[in-house]
Design a protein around this ligand. Sequence first.
Ligand code: PLP
Length: 617
Amino acid sequence: FVNDDGDIAVRPHGAATLPGQEIDLAKVVARAAGPSAGGGLGLPLPLLVRFPDVLRHRVESLNAAFDYAVRSTGYGGRYQGVYPVKCNQDRYVVEDIVEFGAPFGFGLEAGSKPELLLTMSCLVARGSPDALLVCNGYKDLEYVSLALIARTMGLNTVIVLEQEEELDIVVEASRRLDIRPVVGMRAKLRTKHAGHFGATSGEKGKFGLNAAQILSVVSKLKALGMLDCLQLLHFHIGSQIPTTALLADGVGEAAQIYCELARMGAAMRVIDVGGGLGIDYDGTHSAQTDMSVAYSLEEYAAAVVAAVGRVCDRKGVQHPVICSESGRALVSHHSVLVFEAFSASAPAANIDSATAYLLDELTDDCRNDYRNLMAAAVRGDFETCALYADQLKRRCAEQFKEGVLGLEHLAAVDGLCEIVARGMGVAERPRTYNINLSVFTSLPDMWAIEQQFPIIPIQRLQERPAIDGILSDLTCDSDGKVDQFIGGRHSLPLHELPSHGTRGYYLGMFLGGAYQEALGGLHNLFGGPSVVRVSQSDGPHCFAVTRAAPGPSCADVLRAMQHEPEVMFEVLKQRITDDGATAAALARAFGAMPYLSFGGSEVSLESSGMSSDSEGS
Ligand code: PLP
C-alpha cells in the first residue's frame, strides 16, 4: 500500500489496520540503516524487516477461518493446527507463532532432530498444554527416543511413520525407555497435485505408506497390543495446492483411509491434512501457474472441513480433530527483504556531431550497410532496419577482431543503431540495476526453481517509474540476476537513481518469509541480511524496532567454511610493517571477532536511543 509520501506502508492487521497505524517501510529502513549520529542503528543492507503483528494476523486468520467452517457446518470436531518449522526456523518467528497460537492450542511440526529440539523447548516454554507436536521426516533411534522423552515432559508428541521400517524403531525405543508412543501414519495418496510442488504426491511420491504398508502396520500394532497407540493420519500432497477441487479430492481420499483405520480398531483422533495452503504471489487468484491459487483462506478451510465431515458421516465415524501444517501461508507475509540499487548501467550509447565523422571512416561494405539502414529508417521500415543494424554490427565486430576498426568505431556504430532503434519507437534494452545482495543467499528459490516474488521500489511511488530495469546481484555469477518478474514481465519499472550523496534507492521483496532464509547458501561467501523486528507502537511513527542484528560478518562466513579468521588475521598481521592503522583496518575487514572485540552479534537498541520495548533487551 502506498501512503501520501509515496512510500510503501505496511498494514500489520490487514484491512482492520486504521490509517494512523500504518508503518512506513522507508522510515523503518532509515531508522535501521541510518547513521547512529542521526538516531539510526547503522545496520548494513540488505535488511530483513520482520513484522510480528503480521504473523499474529496470519495465525489468527487461519484459526478464525477453520473456526468459522467448523461452526457454520456443525462439524463435530475442532481445528488444531501446527506450524512446520522448516518454513522458517528463526527463533523469534517460532516463538511468536507458538505464543500467538496458544489460545487456539496451536502446535509445531518438526522434520529433523534439530527441529525437534527447538520445537520441544519452545513448546515447553510457551506452548498451550494440548498443542500437538507432530514429528515427521526420516527417523533414527535417537530422533524417536527424543520424541518419546518429550511425552514425559507433558508434550503432546505424535510420531508420524513415513516408512514402514520406522515402526520397528518406535517399538524398540518405546520398550527401552518404557514410554508408550502416540503414533501417526503418513499415507501415500493416489490424488496427485500436478504443479511443481506436487512432485512428492501420487502413488510414486517419495514419502508415506501405500495401502499394503498401512495394513501391515495395523496388523503389527495389533499383534503387539499397541493398536490404541495409532491415533493420527497424515498426508501432504505438496505446497501451493492450486484449487479446492484438488484439495477436497485429496482430503476425501485421506478421510476414507482415516475411517478404515477407525473401523480396524485404531484409536483414531486426528486427521492431519499437511501443508499446501497456497498464497497469491502474482495477484491473479488463479490456478494457471504455481504463483497463485484459486481460493481464499476461508474457502480452503471450508473445503477441508466439508470433505472430512462428508466422508465421516457416510461411514458413521466420529468427526476427528482437523490439523493442518500450513507453513507458506503463515510466514510468507511477515517479512520484507529490503536492498539497495546502488548503481545502474549507463543509458544506451549515443553518437553526436563530435563522433559522427567516425562513420565515414568505416570500410565500404560497412558504409553500404549504414546507408541501407538509414534509408530503411526514413521509410519507417523497421524490419529491414533491424536487419541492416544487425548486419552492420556483426561486420564491424569482425573487422574489429581483424584490427581494421578501432574501439571508437565500434562505439559509434552501437550509438547509431541505438538512435535508430529509439527513433523507430523500439524499446531500449532494459538497464541493469546493481543491487547489494546475493540472489543465492537471499532469494534462493528465485534462482533454483524460478519462483517469483513481488519486487517494488519502497519509495517514490507517486512518481512514474520511467526506466525498465533488471537487477544484477553482487556475486561473480551470471545466474546472480533477477530478470523475470511477476506477470511474465522481463523487466521492472524503476526510477532514475538519485544522484550521489542524496537518499538511497531501496527495493523491497515481499512474500519471501517462507523457505528462503534456511535454503539460502553462501555462494561467493555473501552472508545473510541484517534483521530487524518491527512492532506497531503508539509512537510518532507507529513503530518500534524491538530487535536488531547485523548479518554475518566476513569472519562468520569464513568460519562456516572451516577457515579460522583469528589465525588468518595473525598470519596477515606478520606482514604489516606499521602496527597501528593498517592492522585495525585489516581487523575491521574481518568484522566481529570475539577477541578483537569489534562488536557483538546483536545491536543494543537502548544505547542507540531506539525503542525501550521490553523485547529489545
Ligand atoms: N508438511 C510437510 C510434510 C511438508 O513437506 C511441507 C512442505 O512442503 C509442509 C507441511 C508445509 O507446506 P506449505 O508451506 O505448503 O504449507
